[in-house]
Ligand binder design. Structure first.
Ligand code: IFM
Length: 443
């Protein structure tokens, strides 16, 4: 029989992010975030939904940790809301903010669940946005100071740190398309934000090393596999450029090799900050692991009239509620390409999952499609491990249904269903299935 066992000690986990689940964004002295402002601006989110209540995790974290314990998850990836701790982004510290995460970490440790902390998952203090936010070069120092404070407070228990979640999304969805906070629409700003996030990441890694803590630090990147629509030279090149622009190379080439990726530079150099090279020496710095987020893939065609000469074409595959193609093989391609190109010491899948139109029937949620989706992606992860990818863990997105940014509460990604009226949590069939995979460490 085919071996479907994962390596010993494989870290099976679930992931969430602060603004998407916590609610009470201004509680106990927290400052306003850009997402609080953005979601309260009419016309920005589906149905005008905000993160004001979300899953009320801020008050129900003990119940949520108990659910994770019941499922047997080994690790939990969550993010810290910067403005809870530094209400103005820098300077004044709000002790009640760090206390919340301190209690959460203790609760996890007592449950035998390893915390993986993301320092930035999009809820920038609004006070910093007033100074230009990620478009201001000073943010590298602001972020490193905030990160350093968190390392000092939680670094005795937390052994895995992620500097930034999906910096591509912050840059391009937040600053070019403007459909995420802070809602800027300026392609030059977007590339500036790519660059400043790399500088901030690097300064935080430096701060982490200086603390001499026992632990590991990395970065989480979004990925969307990009395959050429044909073997024509033009389509193959378009797929390469698309890969370098939307996937891990945009950030890892600077971190591992000290420059932006070659094919992308050949078509987009004018968008990068003029004197970007002066920072590359600082940005190129060892990290301990790479976090890969993967949901879907694209087929790419060359099209001179499209931005960067690239167009995505529908290949007619089944889609999730997000309208994203289900393409598990793309996960293998991303993982294998990553290992072959940059050879990171360790890799984690820090997010993978799917939104479907879940319904509660007699107190249960039969989400067969999500089980199929996860199973197919787990198989590709196993295949990648077999082919030499140093994959050490897998975090399903998400522990529970939550606030899907501009999509509000209309998209459910959880393996646990949340009834937003009552805040009741219901284990979906996928949660029960995942729990068995974890217990057997095998498919
Ligand atoms: O919900 C998001 C998450 O915040 C970042 N990665 C993708 C998820 C699904 O869209």
């Amino acid at each position: 029989m085919e071996n479907k066992r994962f390596p010993e000690g494989f870290k099976w986990g679930v992931a969430t992010a602060s603004y998407q689940i916590e609610g009470s964004p201004l509680a106990d002295g927290a400052g306003t975030s850009i997402w609080h402002r953005f979601s309260h601006t009419p016309g920005t989110t589906h149905n005008g939904d905000t993160g004001d209540v979300a899953c009320d995790h801020y008050h129900r974290y003990k119940e949520d940790v108990a659910i994770m314990k019941e499922l047997g998850v080994k690790a939990y990836r969550f993010s810290i809301a910067w403005p809870r701790i530094f209400p103005y982004g820098r300077g004044k510290i709000n002790l009640k903010g760090i206390d919340f995460y301190d209690r959460l970490v203790d609760e996890l440790m007592n449950a035998g669940i390893e915390p993986f902390i993301t320092l930035y998952h999009w809820d920038l203090p609004a006070a910093l946005q007033e100074k230009g936010g990620w478009m201001n070069r000073d943010i590298a120092g602001w972020f490193a100071d905030y990160a350093d404070y968190v390392f000092q407070k939680l670094g005795d228990r937390v052994k895995h740190w992620i500097t930034l979640n999906e910096p591509w999304v912050t840059a391009f969805i937040g600053h070019m398309f403007g459909t995420h906070a802070p809602g800027v629409k300026d392609v030059f700003a977007a590339f500036e934000v790519v660059h400043n996030q790399l500088r901030a990441h690097s300064r935080a890694v430096e701060a982490f090393r200086e603390e001499n803590l026992d632990g590991e630090i990395g970065i989480t990147l979004s990925n969307h596999s990009q395959a050429p629509a044909s073997q024509s030279e033009a389509d193959v090149m378009a797929a390469k450029i698309a890969h370098e622009q939307v996937n891990y190379p945009l950030f890892l080439n600077p971190i591992f090799k000290g420059d932006y990726p070659e094919h992308l530079l050949s078509v987009a150099k004018e968008y990068f900050p003029k004197d970007y090279k002066r920072d590359m020496g600082d940005i190129k710095k060892p990290i301990d692991f790479v976090g890969i987020n993967y949901y879907s893939g694209s087929l790419v065609k060359a099209d001179p009239s499209a931005p960067l000469g690239i167009k995505s074409v529908d290949r007619g595959l089944e889609k999730t509620e997000m309208g994203w193609e289900i393409y598990p093989e793309g996960l293998y391609d991303i993982l294998k390409g990553l290992q072959d190109t940059y050879n990171p010491r360790e890799v984690f899948i820090t997010e993978n999952g799917a939104a479907f139109n879940d319904k509660v029937e007699n107190g249960a949620v039969h989400d067969e499609k999500r089980i199929d989706y996860l199973k197919l992606h787990f198989e590709q992860a196993l295949r990648a491990i077999g082919d030499g990818v140093k994959l050490k863990g897998y975090f399903v997105w998400s522990l529970m249904d939550n606030y899907e940014w501009a999509e509000g509460y209309s998209k459910r990604f959880g393996i646990v269903y949340v009834d937003y009226e009552t805040q009741k949590r219901i284990l979906k069939d996928s949660a029960k299935w995942y729990s068995k995979v974890i217990a057997n460490n095998s498919l």
